[in-house]
Design a protein. Structure first.
Length: 203
């Protein structure tokens, strides 16, 4: 078992997990496409081959398009964030687990590793995302939410591509993104305090 391959697979799973915290289906779609067309040497173990099937690809494409469009609609975006609290960690665990099987990790160990890597990372970024959205709604009455959503989509796209092609730099990217999101949350909290609006839900 190649330790280097496992480490790179874990970093790939880490990057994809963080991306799902911002956009549920886009990272999975990009990862599945990379595995299907053997991009960047990505392969999946037999237990996750279903992810590259025609049905899975079609479902991911449709889900991705629906999420991207719906997340630009005020009020609907908060509903998606509520659902995402449960769905995004699952998507992250699948992505991280599948990435580990590509490094010839035992499927059971990969599934457990996927949960350990995917769930907390996805939830962490999802929480920051949701907090920025709540703060934006409170301070701009939702007018800035579509812009924030577009930025999140771009970040999720770039982070997923980075994880696929250069997983070694994923930790640095995650620190920078988390810092940026936290800075936005603090700024929104400060604005909320000045205007008397409810503050984002992160303390």
């Amino acid at each position: 078992m190649d330790i280097t391959s496992i480490a790179l697979a874990a970093l790939l799973g880490l990057g994809l997990s963080a991306s799902t915290g911002l956009n549920t289906f886009l990272p999975l779609l990009l990862f599945a496409a990379a595995a299907r067309f053997h991009i960047a040497g990505i392969t999946l173990g037999s237990k996750f081959d279903w992810l590259t099937s025609d049905v899975a690809m079609i479902v991911l494409i449709i889900a991705c398009v629906v999420e991207i469009i719906a997340d630009k609609v005020p009020a609907v975006d908060h509903f998606l964030d509520s659902v995402g609290t449960f769905v995004r960690p699952v998507a992250a665990s699948i992505a991280a687990g599948a990435a580990l099987t590509g490094a010839n990790v035992d499927p059971t160990v990969a599934a457990i590793g996927g949960i350990i890597i995917g769930t907390p990372v996805s939830l962490g970024f999802h929480t920051l995302k949701a907090a920025t959205r709540v703060g934006s709604t409170a301070t701009t009455f939702g007018c800035a939410n579509p812009v924030l959503s577009l930025i999140e989509d771009v970040v999720a796209l770039c982070l997923s591509v980075l994880a696929i092609f250069a997983p070694i730099v994923v930790p640095i990217a995650l620190v920078l993104i988390a810092w940026a999101l936290w800075t936005v949350v603090k700024r929104l909290r400060r604005t909320s305090a000045e205007t008397g609006a409810p503050a984002p839900g992160i303390r």
